[in-house]
Structures are given as C-alpha cells and as structure tokens.
Design a protein around this ligand. Structure first.
Ligand SMILES: Nc1ncnc2c1ncn2[C@@H]1O[C@H](COP(=O)(O)OP(=O)(O)OP(=O)(O)O)[C@@H](O)[C@H]1O
Length: 435
C-alpha cells in the first residue's frame, strides 16, 4: 500500500503539493487525475524518494521509500520515458537495471517480450519512437516483478493496440493483488482502467473515491425523450406535464427533450396519461470526463483562448471558461478523503452541449473486461502495424523497475546474449510473461 500523510512540497514561493493525504490500496487500479501542473508528478516523485517533502511524508508498505531495504526491488515505476541512455540498446538498458538488482538476464528477455519490443531489443533506444520508449519504460517497471507499481502517463504516445494492452496490463497486475497507481489525462481510458480515483487540483485533494461514486457525485444524469417528429404539440404537451410534475425539460437540437428531475418510469406514465406517444425514452449517465471537467473547472491553471487571427472558435459543447464557468473547487479549502468540495450546493447545471458523446465511456466497475487474447495481460497478439522505427528521439527509463526474483518464479541462470533480431516489417507480438 502507498500512503501519503500531509504531503507538502514547495519550490520557493510555489506550492506544488499542499497537505495531501491519501492511501493507494492493493488489488485495484487507482487513477491519479489532475489538470496540468496540479502536482501529480511531484507527488509521485516524493513517494519514490526522488524529491524530499517540505512537510508530511509518504510510505510504501509502511516505510519511506528511502528507508526500505532494497526499496528499488519493491517498486516498479515509469516516471519519465526519456530518462534513458540513448546510446544503449533496449536490452542493454534493461540488463544494466537488472544487474544492479541481481535479476537474471532471462527476465530481461521476458519483459522485452511482454512489452512487444523483442524484435528491436538490440536497437539503440535513442532511435525509438515515443510509444516504443513508453514500452521500454514499462518493461523496466516490470523487471523485478514488483508488488507496487507507479505509472506516470503510461499510455502517452501509444497506439490504440498499445493503449488496450496497457489497460489490460494494469488491470491484470491489480487482479494479482498488486498496488497500481497510474496517472493519466485520458479520461475515457481511466474510466475503463481504474476502479478508484484520487483527484487533485493545485496540489490539493479534490476527491478520493470510487470511479462510479465520483461520476454520480459530479454529474447530473438525464433522460432523452423523443416524441413523434412533425407533431410539436405532442412535445409541448409532454413538456407541460413534466414541468407540472416537478421536472425540467430542455429541447435538444434534434427535437428530443433532455429531461431531469423525473425518473424514467414516471416520464413514461406522464406521457401515457397525456396521450403522448414516445419514439425514444433513454437513460443517460454522464461520463468520467464530464464529471472530471465539472469538478476541476476551478483548479485549471492553463486555459486556451480562441485564436482570433485564425478565426478559431472554442469547441462547441464545452463549458464556458472564466468567471462564468461552474466552480467545482474552492481555492484554499483542502478536501478531505472522499469529499467533493463543490462551491454550490446540489448538482450544478449541466455545462455540456445537448448531445452526450461520452455516455458510453462510463465505467462499469466489475463489468465485462475486454477479451483476453492468449496473453496473461490480455494483449492483442501484435504490437501494431509496421512501425516507423527510429523516427523519434528519446526513450524511457524506470529507475525503480528492479526487483528480486520471486521465490515462486525461480529464474534460470543467464544464458548467452540473444542474437540480433532480423529486421522485419511484421508486427512485433507481445509474449507471455513467464513469471
Ligand atoms: N523542480 C521544480 N522547481 C520548481 N517548480 C516545480 C518543479 N517541479 C514542479 N514544479 C511546479 O510544481 C507544479 C506541479 O508540477 P507537476 O509536474 O507535479 O504537475 P503535474 O500534475 O504532474 O502536471 P502535468 O499533468 O502537466 O504533468 C507546477 O506548477 C510546476 O511548475
């Protein structure tokens, strides 16, 4: 388990993290969310002993990282995919990490296969693309078969197949009882991956709760109701009945009604009583993205403005920015675990456009998991389409990826170095993790 208690970090006048307390428990994927500059990386660095807190402390398994014997073997982390010696091959990089922690070379080849880099294992990492670098960083994090894993933006730069693979990897690692703490800006991905969320804004805790609770606490569900086209009087009749019943009915662009404040069965009864036929009556739940946007509106430091010269306009359907924006965060009021410090009581007005394009991204904890495809982490067989290797500069690192061999998974003595892989245009498959 990871625990932060009153964690605070100041850089001169800048308070990056303020009085942050939370726990990350084993067995579930915990998402770490927050706007740019909110302090996620700083928090992870303090957990890993890379930055000293100004106040408070963080522990992993009950001890500060730096005071844990062989701490580097307890934790695997991907913090900065660029922190790697670009002149080394992927295999040499992992081998050096493994040797520092007494991990057999065989494990290096295993994790190279797990992340789908086996065919480029002997290429210098400075020629790796962003996504390949991420894969190398994930390989380093897995190297020691650690019980605690921290990933800072692990899907950054990955192709769709890679994103799916990382999603299944995180879930599988958590299902094995490990502690998995992962930051991401991809809300739809977090909704599919994490069961629990820790959300921060301007260094302070905004929420510490289950994904489903976070969504229901920060969004307003609604029903879409559609009466027959070409019969506006039907819609008006129903609107009047809904309002009389205490609900709200707002017209949508396509002629449907967005109804709040009246449960679905009651809408049906009201329509029946008014003699109004319905073409549609469907429930809609807000997405994690909507809930997140609503909560963090007041804690966003960096906002875009419309480019007047280019004639660009803000994206339709997104909430107004500035003073009129819904305020989900009260500056100066640190949140308590599980607390949602909304500035205004009750569900705030829905800031989004009538359509709800994200409704299907709503997480269903305990719901169906994408099908496994022969890989313990559910990775599809292929790394992806033929990859333009060597297009991008840097590659990753994960200084804490090392761990001792598990007693249950004895490693064979290191064998001779694998021969350089033949060049291929074929997708590179992930292989099974032989732990
Ligand atoms: N070494 C440093 N010196 C001074 N300020 C720093 C330092 N590291 C981080 N900060 C500041 O602390 C704040 C939090 O930064 P941090 O990188 O932790 O945010 P983040 O949530 O990870 O952001 P992002 O989502 O953009 O990666 C920022 O304002 C940043 O400028």
């Amino acid at each position: 388990m990871i625990e932060a208690v009153g964690l605070t970090k100041r850089y001169g006048p800048k308070t990056a993290v303020h009085n942050l307390s939370f726990q990350v428990r084993p067995g579930t994927v915990t998402g770490f969310l927050g706007p740019n500059g909110s302090g996620k990386s700083t928090t992870m660095r303090m957990i890993l002993g890379l930055d000293a807190p100004t106040a408070g402390h963080a522990t992993i398994g009950g001890r500060p990282f730096r005071q844990t014997p062989n701490a580097a073997r307890l934790v695997g982390a991907l913090l900065d995919a660029k922190a790697v010696h670009g002149g080394r091959s992927a295999r040499a990089h992992l081998l050096s990490l493994a040797q520092l922690s007494g991990i057999p070379a065989q494990r290096v080849d295993e994790v190279l296969g797990v992340v789908g880099l086996q065919d480029v294992a002997h290429q210098r990492s400075k020629g790796f693309s962003l996504g390949m670098g991420q894969r190398l960083g994930i390989a380093a994090a897995l190297l020691g078969d650690p019980q605690v894993l921290l990933f800072d933006e692990p899907v950054n730069g990955l192709d769709p197949e890679g994103i799916l693979w990382v999603r299944n990897l995180m879930k599988q690692l958590a299902a094995e009882g490990r502690t998995v703490f992962v930051s991401s800006h991809l809300m739809s991905e977090m909704a599919l991956t994490a069961e629990h969320l820790i959300v921060i804004g301007r260094g302070q805790l905004l929420a510490d709760m289950a994904v489903k609770d976070f969504i229901s606490a920060n969004s307003a569900d609604f029903a879409r109701v559609r009466t027959p086209d070409g019969a506006p009087e039907q819609r008006e009749k129903l609107t009047a009945a809904l309002v009389e019943a205490g609900g709200q009915a707002a017209p949508e662009a396509d002629g449907a009604l967005r109804v709040t404040g009246v449960p679905l069965p009651r809408i049906s009864e009201l329509a029946h009583a008014a003699g109004v036929r319905l073409w549609e009556l469907s429930p809609h739940q807000a997405s994690l993205e909507e809930a997140y946007m609503r909560m963090t509106q007041g804690a966003v430091d960096y906002r875009s403005t419309a480019d007047q010269r280019a004639g660009l306009q803000p994206v339709a359907g997104y909430p107004p920015q500035g003073a009129a924006a819904p305020q989900g965060f009260v500056p100066g009021q640190p949140g308590a675990p599980g607390q949602v410090p909304l500035a205004t009581p009750g569900p705030p007005p829905h800031p989004y456009a009538p359509q709800d394009p994200y409704a299907r991204a709503v997480p269903v904890p305990g719901g169906p998991v994408p099908p496994q495809q022969g890989h313990p982490y559910g990775a599809p067989a292929a790394y992806g389409a033929p990859h333009p290797y060597g297009q991008q500069p840097p590659a990753p690192s994960a200084p804490y990826g090392q761990q001792p061999p598990s007693p249950a998974a004895p490693y064979a003595p290191a064998g001779p170095p694998a021969p350089p892989a033949a060049s291929t245009d074929q997708p590179v498959p992930h292989t099974q993790d032989a732990r």
